[in-house]
Design a protein around this ligand. Structure first.
Ligand code: UDP
Length: 327
């Protein structure tokens, strides 16, 4: 039977890919997005589908949110502040969207008894350096004077709220901590490293690596992330649980820059820049962030299919097309 999915933040990078996939699966999709970081252009190709509806609006608008939650079968809550740069530039708005906005989404999902997928973030692990990170590992957050941790803290609070709703009201919610997700349509404007380095390489500008470049991450292609989300949505045993969604190939950012330069056949040099020079604010980075995805694999049989080489190639062709359009 056709189900109607409400995707908050559905005009964003991940949401727009998820919307496309759900429509391809024969489902109906409503998107609620205030276009603060997303854009209706991300879903322009879906607008003609009779099963798709785009609503420009905010999760903070109770009437709109209540109406949409009431008419859908399932809610995917992706609306949130994105990107370290954006969060540092808009700390208060980020906290309000993440905490007050998510509380509203939970409230209406519980009231109308609609199951919910809640997107959290690997940021909640904070300065935890253990690798790989398991869902029940300690979250180690830095001082409140370091603005970055407000995001981690607000996402952790979202998780606490969702789990409290689940335990108190038997409300069906599944929580996923997304690790660095990359792929076509990700904007470099909010600080994300991969589209930024690719843009720089294509323009033959210096590739900016922050710190000594030895900090590591794993990168997951958005189509793998969308697949994991869809599998979790379809797994009732996952209600009330938290899952990591991420890749398994750990890479240092300096090495990532080298590989991007090579793949783009660029003459760009790698420029190491001290964190203090990049962020005016008091800033702390995570030296290492690698997920343990065994819990996800066990629940859904999921494992990421797209390796780093193909991820880089995909982002290069996407950014080439974007740059050609802009020029
Ligand atoms: N980074 C970098 N150059 C850039 C942007 C980011 O070296 O132009 C680094 C950043 O300091 C971090 C890593 O790349 O160590 C990943 O950054 P991103 O903002 O993409 O995601 P994060 O994992 O920090 O949320």
């Amino acid at each position: 039977m056709k189900q109607r999915y409400l995707i908050t933040g559905g005009a964003g990078f991940i949401g727009s890919h998820l919307a496309r996939k759900l429509l391809d699966m024969g489902q109906s999709v409503y998107v609620l997005d205030d276009e603060s970081t997303g854009s209706s252009t991300n879903v322009a190709s879906l607008m003609n589908s009779p099963d798709f509806r785009f609503v420009h609006g905010s999760i903070m608008d109770d009437d709109t949110l209540a109406r949409l939650v009431g008419t859908c079968h399932f809610v995917v809550h992706l609306a949130a502040a994105v990107g370290v740069k954006y969060i540092l530039d808009h700390p208060l708005a980020s906290i309000m969207t993440n905490v007050a906005g998510t509380e509203r989404v939970l409230h209406y999902c519980a009231r109308y008894e609609k199951p919910l997928f809640l997107a959290s973030s690997s940021e909640v692990y904070g300065l935890q350096t253990k690798a790989p990170l398991k869902e029940d590992d300690f979250c180690i957050l830095g001082a409140t004077s370091v603005s970055r941790w407000s995001y981690a803290c607000s996402k952790a609070l979202d998780e606490f709220m969702a789990l409290a709703y689940h335990h108190k009201k038997s409300f069906p919610v599944v929580i996923a901590r997304l690790f660095n997700t990359v792929g076509p349509r990700q904007s470099p404007a909010y600080g994300m490293v991969l589209p930024r380095l690719v843009d720089q390489a294509l323009r033959e500008e210096p590739m900016t690596v922050y710190g000594d470049g030895r900090q590591t991450r794993t990168f997951t292609h958005v189509s793998d992330v969308v697949e994991a989300i869809i599998r979790l949505i379809g797994a009732p045993a996952a209600w009330g649980e938290v899952y990591n969604i991420g890749g398994t190939e750990e890479i240092a950012i300096g090495e990532l820059a080298r590989r991007i330069g090579q793949a783009a056949q660029s003459r760009s040099e790698i420029q190491f820049i001290a964190y203090e020079k990049v962020y005016n604010h008091n800033f702390q980075d995570m030296p290492r962030r690698v997920p343990d995805i065994s819990k996800l694999m066990q629940a859904t049989n999921f494992s990421p299919k797209i390796g780093l080489e193909k991820i880089i190639a995909d982002v290069i062709s996407d950014r080439m097309a974007q740059q050609a359009e802009q020029s």
